[in-house]
Design a protein around this ligand. Sequence first.
Ligand SMILES: O=C(O)C(=O)Cc1ccccc1
Length: 394
Amino acid sequence: MHKIGYLGPRGTFSEEAALRHLGERKGETAGCSSIEEIFSGVAEGRFDEGIVPVENSTEGSVGAVLDLLAGPFNLAVRGEVLLPVCQSLMVRPGTRLDQVEKVFSHSQALAQCSRFLRRELPGALPVECSSTAAAAAKVAGSSRPWAALGPARAAAVYGLQVVVPAANDYPDNATRFWVLGREQVPCAAAHGYKTSIIFGLQDRPGALYAVLREFALRGINLTRIESRPAKKNLGDYVFFIDFLGSQGQPGVQEVLGGVASLTVGLKILGSYPAWNCAGTDALASGGREASLTLAGLRRELDAVDARIAELLAQRTRLIDRVASLKQNEGNIRDPLREEQILSRVRQLSLTAGGDTELAEEVWRVILRHSVRRQASRLASGAAGNRQQALPQAP
Ligand SMILES: O=C(O)C(=O)Cc1ccccc1
């Protein structure tokens, strides 16, 4: 059975990314205790593929992963998964927030919540763990008043209680994962692909410009450019570029020929289906033809549903903030604003080629729930606690 190595134990964001990559295909996931173990597991054939975080929208690149790709391992990039990352603060049932002495998590997760930690838990010591789920397991196994930051799924796996559902400083926090394998995916001459390369440069004026010119001349769009220290002399760098296009396309082959002649040690990591902006993973898990099969279409539907659920959760959090600005139940309804929202979504749906009746019906339900939620928060005082001194919403 297809086996995928991920940063474990069970319940990490990496496991979630591996499951999304698998979609409906049969496969097995194997939790590893370090990123190096994933790389060596794939290189030595214990895993068919490995999944590793490459960059985060808040914290930037995962240097260790880029260094391993540039350095000792000759692995290929076979796909990407874009995962929205919501960091939940979790404790053992019974632990109060004001008791928390230490907060455990992966270094990226602690960094993604640094402002939250300073503001809400200034007395607690942040402690790095190998992963968010390892942190959750540590908190669950101790009788100390500790907390962990990680996916809400990890709280469910280790019997912890989520006390703050979204502690990340930026609500759109997301991580890009790469699917690694021993061989590149066969090159398609299709659109919707990305290609990733690594190279070094001679130290002379315009060296990087000459490389970028190759892309510009052929109208090829870069999606990421990054440099890492080459770990030799200070000032020597390794460059990482991702761009739109596949090695099956003649323009891309020309660019790669040009880049090879202008750089040192060019490594082509691979061409792979880009994770579609709508979060659709059908391309990432089987190529374009996946959308032509029932299983492929269901995978696309599942990915769209996941997006909708995440957006609804984001909307609910905004509604709670709106509620905290309202002082009494008389301010909750605003028929003019509700009519504006409905008319705007009808228009948006029309422009997007959607079903406007469906959009209107769904938004009527959403608005009804928003009003009900605000009313119950105001009645219970949950929204009102912080607002005495705050101004009325316009
Ligand atoms: O620790 C995890 O859950 C991981 O998968 C690594 C990670 C940590 C924070 C954001 C994304 C991935």
